[in-house]
Design a protein around this ligand. Structure first.
Ligand code: C2E
Ligand code: MG
Ligand code: MG
Ligand code: MG
Length: 278
């Protein structure tokens, strides 16, 4: 009896596992073709400078229009792209696309910078510095207008190697930002040890910023960051009340639904870039 149940459990587990594996394989197969089939699109989310009240930068965020599943969120396919290494060509495509678009906007007279998320696979690749140099040169975007977003967990995977690459990229003129700060392996010491130009305080902190303890944490992080000369960006600002607290803490930039969700380039253009001086 016991044995039977055990076997059934095993069978059930096996079936669930098989289904999970085949779903993943199918998705992986689709993702492999997504680039060639033009199913990927870069969306842009504006960042507001609270000092000047101007949109000074946008973050590039990847979207996948899956032929059957429809619109897929990065949370669903970025992990697969990372596991399979597909994130490397996809990430390069995002970089190229985002730099090209930013160069176009700049040529139209908009003083914008672009932030692009870098995956761990890209950062550990031996060619990443060359790839960035190549893309900025091809798209004719001055590297000073490009920010690469990394996370703490990525940075510490192979610290010495990462430090060297980040420094090389900074020497070339690219800016480095520490994304999702406050999650994962968070340590305040990263704010001084990592070669970075800005830090993005994770949206989980901004979400609860009306909470006194959370507010104190954000205040400490931003004051340390400022003392290191870093720009502080508050991620995930949705409400005016959150914006007011963020502003009261002296934080320089915000990004979040309060301003806009990530949107296609044309919408970015029509909603945020019309009052230009060209
Ligand atoms: P992230 O880099 O931290 O990007 C910010 C995420 O927060 C985006 O989710 C954005 O839509 C969302 N967000 C922005 N403002 C708000 C807000 O006010 N409220 C809420 N609830 N959410 C907000 P998204 O676009 O789904 O991307 C999720 C993650 O996927 C990104 O987090 C990033 O880690 C990864 N990702 C997206 N595009 C790329 C890419 O091209 N390359 C790589 N390697 N990763 C990417
Ligand atoms: Mg990011
Ligand atoms: Mg992230
Ligand atoms: Mg983030």
């Amino acid at each position: 009896k016991v044995k039977e149940t055990g076997r059934n459990n095993y069978k059930f587990f096996n079936k669930a596992m098989n289904e999970e594996i085949s779903t993943k394989l199918l998705l992986e197969n689709d993702l492999r073709k997504a680039l060639l089939k033009n199913e990927l699109e870069v969306y842009y989310q504006p960042q507001l400078d609270l000092q000047t009240n101007r949109i000074v930068a946008v973050e590039a965020l990847l979207r996948w229009h899956h032929p059957d599943k429809g619109f897929m969120s990065p949370a669903e396919f970025i992990p697969i792209a990372e596991e399979t290494g597909l994130i490397v060509p996809i990430g390069e495509w995002v970089l190229k696309e985002a730099c090209k678009q930013t160069k176009l906007w700049r040529d139209q007279g908009h003083d914008l910078s672009i932030s692009v998320n870098l995956s761990n696979q890209q950062l550990i690749s031996n060619t990443i510095v060359e790839v960035i140099k190549e893309i900025t040169s091809q798209t004719e975007l001055n590297p000073q207008y490009l920010t690469l977003e990394i996370t703490e967990s990525m940075a510490i995977t192979n610290l010495t190697d990462t430090l060297n690459k980040l420094k090389e990229l900074q020497d070339f003129g690219v800016n480095i930002s520490l994304d999702d700060f406050g999650t994962g392996y968070s340590s305040l010491s990263y704010l001084s040890t990592l070669p970075i130009d800005s830090v993005k305080i994770d949206k989980s902190f901004i979400n609860d910023i009306t909470n006194k303890t959370k507010k104190e944490i954000v205040k400490s992080v931003s004051s340390i960051a400022h003392s290191r000369g870093l720009t502080v960006v508050a991620e995930g600002v949705e409400e005016e009340e959150q914006l007011n607290i963020v502003r009261s803490l002296g934080i320089g930039m915000i990004q979040g639904y309060y301003l806009s969700k990530p949107i296609p380039s044309e919408e970015m253009q029509s909603r945020f870039l019309l009052s230009s001086f060209v």
